[in-house]
Design a protein around this ligand. Structure first.
Ligand code: BGC
Length: 411
């Protein structure tokens, strides 16, 4: 039986993470070798005064969204019902760049046609592209590497806005100007920051994970840390096994311990070892299992039935719940420690309020992830942790990209 204390992260270890994370941030900013890319985004925080109608295209996983929204100034964002969701066909994720961007441009064309926006007016578009991009300007940047299972050929090293623009030309879309390219964390931070000037960290805890913050030394320019790749963490044999069998061994180590793409598989490896049950274990199962408070753990049983395990004993079900709790709790504590590291970098003595804008399915849907993060921050900062408020910033990434487009087009 696995000793689940393997997944514990004690207060002294959170302090080690904070220290190591800060060192890596400094190295990354100084362009020294670091697991944190610390990418300058050419974006600063909005004032809240930005106005106008914009289009946002939000692509960071197999589901992507296109929406129109209006910024009303005074920190207000108007809601628009003009929105469409699309699913990227699996084959495109391992195909070539042309087919990939043609598909996206085709979806944008459908959107413009559906809402009668295809002529008469030019639109500025904010493009949220949630992968590690080395920005070369506010609306240009080259893909450094793919993450989250994407593997489209011919994109790494190239400017994603140019690739998108070429596809728009092929589809005869001529009234859309891509005026901003943004990571989802940056969109999330900017969207919350538009309404609330205390907001200074944007975090995604979903399929992938990442965070950004405004860097004082760079006149407040927002830095995309790409924390998913942070690798100064104590790993267990299960983490090493998952990494070894992943499509990119050695990369995205923190992401493999924290995000929705991997948490389920990690718990699955422990379940396989302890109970000799070999199932494809999804992260969403963990939420159902950990929320099950019934005496007989009936929800755990029904999740198991879904995966083809018709019968299970209460002892097995209890064990599975314990495994899920241990794995997700560690993920929450790692995330909280890295947030603490960023806060301490901006405000050494925690002397002012910080709002952390967070989006993503793990943060939103998991029953105890947010709570475990909060209690970890309380351990780290004591009563001063009340100055830190984590808020769910739902769908902020698209909205934020539109705000960035507004700022950029005004310039
Ligand atoms: C990507 C980041 C992104 C995060 C959340 C990671 O895999 O590298 O750029 O912000 O996922 O979507």
């Amino acid at each position: 039986m696995t000793d689940l204390s393997l997944f514990e992260l004690h207060l002294n270890e959170t302090r080690d993470i904070i220290k190591a994370f800060q060192l890596e941030m400094d190295r990354g900013l100084a362009l020294k070798k670091s697991s944190l890319k610390m990418i300058p985004t050419y974006v600063t925080m909005p004032t809240g005064a930005e106005k106008g109608r914009f289009i946002a295209l939000d692509l960071g996983g197999t589901n992507f969204r296109i929406l129109e929204l209006s910024l009303k100034g005074g920190g207000r964002i108007g809601t628009s019902s003009n929105t469409m969701k699309f699913v990227l066909p699996q084959a495109l994720l391992t195909g070539d760049a042309k087919s990939f961007f043609d598909f996206i441009a085709g979806c944008l064309k459908k959107f413009l046609q559906k809402y009668k926006l295809e002529s008469g007016k030019d639109f500025n578009l904010g493009f949220t592209f949630s992968f590690p991009v080395k920005q070369t300007g506010v609306n240009s940047g080259r893909l450094v590497c793919w993450t989250k299972g994407f593997n489209v050929r011919g994109v790494v090293g190239n400017d994603v806005v140019s690739l998108f623009n070429e596809a728009l030309q092929r589809k005869n879309v001529d009234n859309v100007i891509i005026s901003a390219l943004a990571n989802d964390t940056v969109g999330t931070l900017v969207a919350k920051g538009y309404e609330n000037s205390d907001c200074d960290i944007g975090v995604i805890l979903g399929t992938g994970t990442n965070a950004c913050y405004p860097e004082e030394k760079l006149d407040g320019m927002i830095i995309n840390t790409e924390w998913g790749n942070f690798n100064k963490l104590k790993t267990s044999l299960y983490d090493r096994e998952l990494d070894k069998n992943s499509d990119r061994p050695g990369q995205q180590i923190l992401e493999k311990m924290v995000s929705g793409m991997y948490l389920g598989s990690l718990a699955g490896l422990v379940i396989k070892k302890d109970l000799k049950i070999n199932i494809e274990f999804k992260t969403e199962y963990m939420s159902v299992i950990e929320a099950d408070r019934s005496a007989g753990l009936s929800k755990v049983a029904s999740v198991l039935r879904k995966t083809g395990i018709a019968k299970s004993t209460i002892v097995e079900r209890r064990r599975i719940k314990k495994i899920c709790e241990a794995v997700s709790r560690r993920g929450a504590r790692i995330s909280a420690s890295c947030i603490a590291a960023i806060i301490k970098k901006m405000d050494k003595r925690l002397s002012r309020r910080h709002v952390v804008a967070i989006d993503g399915s793990v943060y939103e849907k998991h029953p105890t992830f947010a709570k475990n993060m909060k209690s970890c921050l309380r351990e780290i900062f004591g009563s001063r942790s009340s100055l830190i408020r984590m808020v769910l910033a739902k769908d902020g990434s698209g909205k934020g990209a539109a705000i960035i487009a507004a700022v950029a087009s005004r310039k």
